[in-house]
Design a binder for this molecule. Structure first.
Ligand SMILES: *Cc1c(COP(=O)(O)O)cnc(C)c1O
Length: 388
Protein backbone atom coordinates (compact mmCIF):
# COMPACT_ATOMS: atom_id res chain seq x y z
CA UNK A 1 0.00 0.00 0.00
CA UNK A 2 1.39 3.43 -0.90
CA UNK A 3 1.95 6.01 1.78
CA UNK A 4 -0.55 8.62 2.93
CA UNK A 5 1.64 11.29 1.35
CA UNK A 6 1.57 9.58 -2.07
CA UNK A 7 -2.14 8.74 -2.07
CA UNK A 8 -3.47 12.05 -0.82
CA UNK A 9 -0.90 13.94 -2.90
CA UNK A 10 -2.17 12.21 -6.04
CA UNK A 11 -5.78 13.04 -5.14
CA UNK A 12 -4.85 16.69 -4.61
CA UNK A 13 -2.95 16.81 -7.92
CA UNK A 14 -6.10 15.60 -9.66
CA UNK A 15 -8.21 18.23 -7.88
CA UNK A 16 -5.73 20.93 -8.95
CA UNK A 17 -5.68 19.70 -12.55
CA UNK A 18 -9.50 19.99 -12.63
CA UNK A 19 -9.32 23.58 -11.43
CA UNK A 20 -11.14 22.64 -8.23
CA UNK A 21 -8.42 23.17 -5.67
CA UNK A 22 -9.35 25.29 -2.65
CA UNK A 23 -7.09 27.55 -0.63
CA UNK A 24 -7.65 29.93 2.27
CA UNK A 25 -7.17 33.68 2.14
CA UNK A 26 -5.84 35.50 5.16
CA UNK A 27 -8.41 38.12 6.16
CA UNK A 28 -6.71 40.86 8.17
CA UNK A 29 -9.69 43.12 8.97
CA UNK A 30 -13.27 42.90 10.24
CA UNK A 31 -16.15 42.23 7.84
CA UNK A 32 -17.62 45.16 5.94
CA UNK A 33 -18.06 46.61 2.47
CA UNK A 34 -14.26 46.73 2.48
CA UNK A 35 -12.04 43.99 3.78
CA UNK A 36 -8.32 43.46 3.93
CA UNK A 37 -7.03 40.29 2.35
CA UNK A 38 -3.36 39.57 2.94
CA UNK A 39 -2.97 43.17 4.05
CA UNK A 40 -4.51 44.77 0.96
CA UNK A 41 -7.93 46.45 0.87
CA UNK A 42 -10.72 45.11 -1.35
CA UNK A 43 -14.26 46.10 -2.11
CA UNK A 44 -16.13 43.10 -0.70
CA UNK A 45 -19.02 41.33 -2.45
CA UNK A 46 -18.67 37.99 -0.71
CA UNK A 47 -20.25 38.26 2.72
CA UNK A 48 -23.53 36.90 4.11
CA UNK A 49 -23.49 39.71 6.68
CA UNK A 50 -26.42 41.32 4.86
CA UNK A 51 -27.33 43.94 7.46
CA UNK A 52 -23.69 44.74 8.26
CA UNK A 53 -23.98 43.55 11.87
CA UNK A 54 -20.82 41.44 12.17
CA UNK A 55 -18.74 44.45 13.19
CA UNK A 56 -21.51 46.54 14.74
CA UNK A 57 -20.49 48.54 17.86
CA UNK A 58 -23.70 47.76 19.77
CA UNK A 59 -23.32 44.02 19.20
CA UNK A 60 -19.66 44.17 20.16
CA UNK A 61 -20.53 45.97 23.37
CA UNK A 62 -23.14 43.34 24.25
CA UNK A 63 -20.57 40.63 23.55
CA UNK A 64 -17.87 42.28 25.64
CA UNK A 65 -20.24 42.79 28.58
CA UNK A 66 -21.21 39.10 28.51
CA UNK A 67 -17.57 38.07 28.21
CA UNK A 68 -16.66 40.20 31.25
CA UNK A 69 -19.40 38.60 33.30
CA UNK A 70 -19.37 34.99 32.07
CA UNK A 71 -15.90 34.51 30.60
CA UNK A 72 -14.68 33.31 27.25
CA UNK A 73 -15.76 29.67 27.09
CA UNK A 74 -18.94 27.92 28.19
CA UNK A 75 -17.01 25.03 29.73
CA UNK A 76 -19.30 22.16 28.77
CA UNK A 77 -22.37 21.08 26.86
CA UNK A 78 -25.58 22.96 27.56
CA UNK A 79 -26.99 19.83 29.18
CA UNK A 80 -24.20 19.84 31.75
CA UNK A 81 -23.20 23.31 32.98
CA UNK A 82 -22.76 25.29 29.75
CA UNK A 83 -26.29 26.69 29.62
CA UNK A 84 -25.33 30.20 30.70
CA UNK A 85 -27.96 32.91 31.09
CA UNK A 86 -27.26 34.56 27.66
CA UNK A 87 -28.53 31.34 25.99
CA UNK A 88 -31.87 31.58 27.76
CA UNK A 89 -32.15 35.28 26.91
CA UNK A 90 -31.35 34.60 23.26
CA UNK A 91 -33.87 31.77 22.96
CA UNK A 92 -36.61 33.89 24.51
CA UNK A 93 -35.79 36.66 22.01
CA UNK A 94 -35.80 34.26 19.06
CA UNK A 95 -39.14 32.70 20.00
CA UNK A 96 -40.67 36.19 20.32
CA UNK A 97 -39.11 37.40 17.06
CA UNK A 98 -40.34 34.36 15.15
CA UNK A 99 -43.71 34.35 16.97
CA UNK A 100 -43.31 30.69 17.96
CA UNK A 101 -43.75 28.84 21.25
CA UNK A 102 -40.09 28.04 21.75
CA UNK A 103 -36.58 28.18 20.30
CA UNK A 104 -33.44 26.08 20.58
CA UNK A 105 -29.96 27.39 19.73
CA UNK A 106 -27.23 25.12 18.35
CA UNK A 107 -23.55 25.94 17.88
CA UNK A 108 -23.94 26.44 14.11
CA UNK A 109 -26.50 26.21 11.35
CA UNK A 110 -24.71 23.07 10.20
CA UNK A 111 -25.09 21.47 13.64
CA UNK A 112 -28.74 22.55 13.80
CA UNK A 113 -29.60 20.85 10.50
CA UNK A 114 -27.72 17.65 11.27
CA UNK A 115 -29.01 17.44 14.86
CA UNK A 116 -32.60 18.19 13.96
CA UNK A 117 -32.98 15.93 10.94
CA UNK A 118 -31.29 12.97 12.66
CA UNK A 119 -33.57 13.45 15.68
CA UNK A 120 -36.78 13.65 13.65
CA UNK A 121 -36.34 10.77 11.20
CA UNK A 122 -34.74 7.33 11.17
CA UNK A 123 -34.73 4.03 9.31
CA UNK A 124 -38.52 3.67 9.14
CA UNK A 125 -38.93 7.13 7.62
CA UNK A 126 -38.47 9.04 4.38
CA UNK A 127 -36.79 12.42 3.97
CA UNK A 128 -37.46 14.38 0.79
CA UNK A 129 -34.97 17.03 -0.36
CA UNK A 130 -34.75 19.69 -3.05
CA UNK A 131 -31.82 18.93 -5.35
CA UNK A 132 -30.13 22.20 -4.34
CA UNK A 133 -30.50 21.80 -0.57
CA UNK A 134 -27.48 22.84 1.50
CA UNK A 135 -24.77 20.29 2.38
CA UNK A 136 -25.79 20.40 6.06
CA UNK A 137 -29.30 19.23 5.14
CA UNK A 138 -27.91 16.44 2.96
CA UNK A 139 -25.50 15.34 5.69
CA UNK A 140 -28.32 15.29 8.25
CA UNK A 141 -30.49 13.23 5.93
CA UNK A 142 -27.66 10.75 5.27
CA UNK A 143 -26.79 10.37 8.94
CA UNK A 144 -30.43 9.85 9.88
CA UNK A 145 -30.61 6.50 8.09
CA UNK A 146 -33.96 7.48 6.55
CA UNK A 147 -34.72 6.73 2.91
CA UNK A 148 -33.66 9.80 0.92
CA UNK A 149 -35.63 11.02 -2.09
CA UNK A 150 -34.57 14.06 -4.08
CA UNK A 151 -36.72 16.16 -6.44
CA UNK A 152 -35.28 18.43 -9.14
CA UNK A 153 -34.93 22.03 -7.95
CA UNK A 154 -38.38 23.48 -7.11
CA UNK A 155 -40.11 20.79 -9.21
CA UNK A 156 -43.53 20.39 -7.55
CA UNK A 157 -44.74 17.66 -9.91
CA UNK A 158 -41.82 15.45 -8.94
CA UNK A 159 -42.27 16.31 -5.28
CA UNK A 160 -45.88 15.21 -5.48
CA UNK A 161 -44.96 11.97 -7.29
CA UNK A 162 -42.51 11.17 -4.49
CA UNK A 163 -45.12 11.97 -1.83
CA UNK A 164 -47.58 9.62 -3.52
CA UNK A 165 -45.07 6.78 -3.16
CA UNK A 166 -44.29 7.48 0.50
CA UNK A 167 -47.35 5.97 2.13
CA UNK A 168 -45.52 3.02 3.67
CA UNK A 169 -43.11 5.09 5.76
CA UNK A 170 -43.74 5.92 9.41
CA UNK A 171 -42.95 9.60 8.81
CA UNK A 172 -42.21 11.66 5.75
CA UNK A 173 -40.21 14.86 6.21
CA UNK A 174 -39.71 17.39 3.44
CA UNK A 175 -36.71 19.71 3.95
CA UNK A 176 -36.17 22.78 1.80
CA UNK A 177 -34.26 26.01 1.96
CA UNK A 178 -36.49 29.03 1.53
CA UNK A 179 -33.85 31.26 -0.11
CA UNK A 180 -31.37 29.01 -1.91
CA UNK A 181 -27.85 29.81 -0.82
CA UNK A 182 -26.03 29.61 -4.17
CA UNK A 183 -28.78 30.81 -6.53
CA UNK A 184 -30.62 33.35 -4.40
CA UNK A 185 -33.99 32.17 -5.71
CA UNK A 186 -37.02 31.30 -3.58
CA UNK A 187 -38.78 28.02 -2.82
CA UNK A 188 -42.48 27.86 -3.83
CA UNK A 189 -43.46 27.61 -0.17
CA UNK A 190 -47.24 28.00 -0.41
CA UNK A 191 -47.39 25.18 -2.97
CA UNK A 192 -45.09 22.92 -0.95
CA UNK A 193 -47.25 23.49 2.13
CA UNK A 194 -50.34 22.54 0.15
CA UNK A 195 -48.71 19.30 -1.03
CA UNK A 196 -47.41 18.27 2.36
CA UNK A 197 -50.84 18.88 3.92
CA UNK A 198 -52.53 16.84 1.23
CA UNK A 199 -50.15 13.90 1.72
CA UNK A 200 -49.71 14.10 5.49
CA UNK A 201 -45.98 14.88 5.43
CA UNK A 202 -44.06 17.22 7.74
CA UNK A 203 -42.23 20.27 6.44
CA UNK A 204 -38.93 21.63 7.74
CA UNK A 205 -37.67 24.89 6.25
CA UNK A 206 -34.16 26.32 6.39
CA UNK A 207 -34.44 30.11 6.52
CA UNK A 208 -30.65 30.68 6.77
CA UNK A 209 -30.70 33.41 4.12
CA UNK A 210 -34.22 34.68 4.78
CA UNK A 211 -34.31 35.30 8.54
CA UNK A 212 -34.23 39.03 9.23
CA UNK A 213 -34.88 40.06 5.63
CA UNK A 214 -38.37 39.16 4.40
CA UNK A 215 -41.93 40.23 5.25
CA UNK A 216 -43.35 42.87 7.56
CA UNK A 217 -41.82 41.46 10.75
CA UNK A 218 -38.60 40.25 9.08
CA UNK A 219 -39.26 36.69 10.15
CA UNK A 220 -38.52 35.22 6.75
CA UNK A 221 -40.12 33.73 3.69
CA UNK A 222 -42.72 31.69 5.59
CA UNK A 223 -44.11 34.95 6.97
CA UNK A 224 -44.03 36.49 3.48
CA UNK A 225 -45.93 33.48 2.09
CA UNK A 226 -48.42 33.53 4.98
CA UNK A 227 -47.82 29.87 5.89
CA UNK A 228 -45.95 30.07 9.21
CA UNK A 229 -48.62 28.26 11.22
CA UNK A 230 -48.55 25.30 8.80
CA UNK A 231 -44.85 24.56 9.09
CA UNK A 232 -43.70 21.95 11.60
CA UNK A 233 -40.01 22.91 11.87
CA UNK A 234 -38.28 26.22 11.11
CA UNK A 235 -34.52 26.53 11.17
CA UNK A 236 -32.44 29.67 10.96
CA UNK A 237 -28.85 30.75 11.45
CA UNK A 238 -27.27 33.43 13.57
CA UNK A 239 -24.30 33.48 11.20
CA UNK A 240 -25.75 35.29 8.19
CA UNK A 241 -28.04 38.30 8.66
CA UNK A 242 -27.69 38.12 12.45
CA UNK A 243 -23.93 38.65 11.99
CA UNK A 244 -22.73 36.23 14.71
CA UNK A 245 -22.57 32.44 14.93
CA UNK A 246 -25.01 29.67 15.72
CA UNK A 247 -28.07 27.93 14.35
CA UNK A 248 -31.55 27.73 15.80
CA UNK A 249 -34.82 25.89 15.49
CA UNK A 250 -38.17 27.43 16.38
CA UNK A 251 -41.53 25.72 16.64
CA UNK A 252 -43.87 24.17 19.15
CA UNK A 253 -42.79 23.55 22.75
CA UNK A 254 -43.05 19.80 22.19
CA UNK A 255 -40.70 19.99 19.19
CA UNK A 256 -38.13 21.95 21.18
CA UNK A 257 -38.43 19.64 24.22
CA UNK A 258 -37.97 16.66 21.91
CA UNK A 259 -34.87 18.13 20.22
CA UNK A 260 -33.33 19.02 23.58
CA UNK A 261 -33.57 15.31 24.41
CA UNK A 262 -32.56 13.83 21.06
CA UNK A 263 -30.41 16.18 18.97
CA UNK A 264 -26.92 14.72 19.25
CA UNK A 265 -25.15 17.81 17.87
CA UNK A 266 -26.66 19.75 20.79
CA UNK A 267 -26.10 17.17 23.50
CA UNK A 268 -22.56 16.10 22.64
CA UNK A 269 -21.02 19.47 21.78
CA UNK A 270 -19.86 22.34 23.96
CA UNK A 271 -22.18 25.33 24.28
CA UNK A 272 -21.51 28.53 22.34
CA UNK A 273 -19.45 31.20 24.10
CA UNK A 274 -21.71 33.54 26.12
CA UNK A 275 -20.40 36.60 24.20
CA UNK A 276 -21.75 35.16 20.94
CA UNK A 277 -25.21 34.56 22.46
CA UNK A 278 -25.36 38.07 23.91
CA UNK A 279 -24.27 39.68 20.64
CA UNK A 280 -26.83 37.63 18.70
CA UNK A 281 -29.59 38.72 21.12
CA UNK A 282 -28.61 42.36 20.53
CA UNK A 283 -28.74 41.70 16.78
CA UNK A 284 -32.27 40.29 17.03
CA UNK A 285 -33.32 43.41 18.96
CA UNK A 286 -31.81 45.56 16.22
CA UNK A 287 -33.53 43.62 13.42
CA UNK A 288 -36.90 44.16 15.16
CA UNK A 289 -36.28 47.89 15.70
CA UNK A 290 -37.12 50.87 13.49
CA UNK A 291 -33.40 51.34 12.70
CA UNK A 292 -33.30 47.71 11.67
CA UNK A 293 -36.19 48.26 9.29
CA UNK A 294 -34.39 51.19 7.70
CA UNK A 295 -31.19 49.19 7.37
CA UNK A 296 -33.11 46.47 5.62
CA UNK A 297 -34.73 48.94 3.21
CA UNK A 298 -31.28 50.16 2.34
CA UNK A 299 -30.15 46.59 1.66
CA UNK A 300 -33.03 46.06 -0.78
CA UNK A 301 -32.20 49.34 -2.58
CA UNK A 302 -28.64 48.08 -3.02
CA UNK A 303 -29.92 44.72 -4.27
CA UNK A 304 -32.07 46.50 -6.88
CA UNK A 305 -29.18 48.65 -8.03
CA UNK A 306 -26.97 45.59 -8.49
CA UNK A 307 -29.65 43.54 -10.24
CA UNK A 308 -30.63 46.37 -12.58
CA UNK A 309 -26.99 47.08 -13.40
CA UNK A 310 -26.34 43.42 -14.20
CA UNK A 311 -29.48 43.24 -16.31
CA UNK A 312 -28.18 46.21 -18.32
CA UNK A 313 -25.06 44.13 -18.95
CA UNK A 314 -27.25 41.30 -20.24
CA UNK A 315 -27.04 39.17 -17.10
CA UNK A 316 -30.42 37.95 -15.89
CA UNK A 317 -31.14 35.57 -13.09
CA UNK A 318 -33.90 34.39 -10.81
CA UNK A 319 -32.44 35.83 -7.67
CA UNK A 320 -34.94 37.45 -5.29
CA UNK A 321 -32.40 38.01 -2.57
CA UNK A 322 -29.07 39.68 -1.80
CA UNK A 323 -27.40 36.58 -3.32
CA UNK A 324 -26.93 37.40 -6.99
CA UNK A 325 -25.05 34.70 -8.91
CA UNK A 326 -23.34 35.38 -12.21
CA UNK A 327 -23.22 31.93 -13.77
CA UNK A 328 -20.25 31.54 -16.08
CA UNK A 329 -20.27 27.74 -16.28
CA UNK A 330 -16.69 26.77 -16.96
CA UNK A 331 -14.64 26.37 -13.77
CA UNK A 332 -11.39 27.84 -15.12
CA UNK A 333 -13.12 30.80 -16.79
CA UNK A 334 -14.94 31.58 -13.53
CA UNK A 335 -11.70 31.48 -11.56
CA UNK A 336 -10.08 33.76 -14.15
CA UNK A 337 -12.89 36.34 -13.94
CA UNK A 338 -12.69 36.30 -10.13
CA UNK A 339 -8.90 36.72 -10.37
CA UNK A 340 -9.17 39.68 -12.74
CA UNK A 341 -11.66 41.44 -10.47
CA UNK A 342 -9.29 40.74 -7.58
CA UNK A 343 -6.48 42.48 -9.51
CA UNK A 344 -8.80 45.49 -9.74
CA UNK A 345 -9.41 45.55 -6.01
CA UNK A 346 -12.78 43.76 -5.98
CA UNK A 347 -13.37 40.53 -4.09
CA UNK A 348 -16.08 38.24 -5.49
CA UNK A 349 -15.62 34.54 -4.82
CA UNK A 350 -15.75 31.90 -7.55
CA UNK A 351 -18.05 29.04 -6.48
CA UNK A 352 -17.35 25.67 -8.06
CA UNK A 353 -18.11 21.98 -7.77
CA UNK A 354 -18.93 20.39 -5.40
CA UNK A 355 -20.69 23.43 -3.89
CA UNK A 356 -22.59 23.78 -7.19
CA UNK A 357 -22.92 21.21 -10.02
CA UNK A 358 -20.04 20.73 -12.50
CA UNK A 359 -20.28 23.19 -15.39
CA UNK A 360 -22.37 25.60 -13.29
CA UNK A 361 -19.48 27.56 -11.79
CA UNK A 362 -20.33 31.10 -10.84
CA UNK A 363 -19.36 34.34 -9.25
CA UNK A 364 -21.51 34.55 -6.14
CA UNK A 365 -22.09 38.25 -5.68
CA UNK A 366 -23.63 39.28 -2.38
CA UNK A 367 -24.79 42.79 -1.62
CA UNK A 368 -25.10 44.18 1.91
CA UNK A 369 -26.53 47.27 3.57
CA UNK A 370 -22.96 48.50 4.06
CA UNK A 371 -22.42 49.10 0.34
CA UNK A 372 -22.71 52.64 -1.00
CA UNK A 373 -24.05 53.42 -4.46
CA UNK A 374 -20.56 54.17 -5.87
CA UNK A 375 -19.31 50.76 -4.61
CA UNK A 376 -21.90 48.98 -6.72
CA UNK A 377 -21.21 51.29 -9.69
CA UNK A 378 -17.53 50.45 -9.38
CA UNK A 379 -18.24 46.73 -9.44
CA UNK A 380 -20.54 47.07 -12.45
CA UNK A 381 -17.97 49.21 -14.30
CA UNK A 382 -15.11 46.79 -13.69
CA UNK A 383 -17.17 43.68 -14.41
CA UNK A 384 -18.67 45.27 -17.54
CA UNK A 385 -15.13 46.13 -18.70
CA UNK A 386 -14.09 42.49 -18.38
CA UNK A 387 -17.00 41.14 -20.40
CA UNK A 388 -16.76 43.64 -23.27
C1 LIG B 1 -24.87 28.73 5.78
C2 LIG B 1 -25.98 27.76 5.75
C3 LIG B 1 -26.11 26.80 6.75
C4 LIG B 1 -25.06 26.57 7.79
O1 LIG B 1 -25.05 27.60 8.71
P1 LIG B 1 -23.73 27.89 9.56
O2 LIG B 1 -24.23 28.70 10.69
O3 LIG B 1 -22.81 28.64 8.65
O4 LIG B 1 -23.16 26.58 9.99
C5 LIG B 1 -27.23 25.99 6.72
N1 LIG B 1 -28.14 26.10 5.74
C6 LIG B 1 -28.02 27.00 4.75
C7 LIG B 1 -29.08 27.07 3.68
C8 LIG B 1 -26.94 27.86 4.71
O5 LIG B 1 -26.79 28.73 3.72
Amino acid sequence: MSSLRDQLGADLDKTRAEGLSRTLRNVTSAQGSRIQLDGREFLNFSSNDYLALANDPVLKQAGVAAMEKYGVGAGSSRLVSGNLQPYEDLERRLAAFKAEEAALVFSSGYAANVGTITALVGEEDAVILDKLDHASIIDGARQSGATIRVYPHKNLKRLEAILQQSGSFRRTLIVTETVFSMDGDLAPLAEIVELKEKHGAWLMIDEAHATGLYAKNRRGLAEAAGVEDKIEVTLGTLSKTVGCLGGFVVGSQVLIDFLRNRARSLIYSTALPPAVCAAAAAAVDFIMSEDGHQRRDRLWRNVSQMKNGLSALGIQNESRSPIIPIIIGDEAATMETSRRLYERGIFVPAIRFPTVPKGKARLRVTVTAAHEQPDIEQFLGEFGGLTR
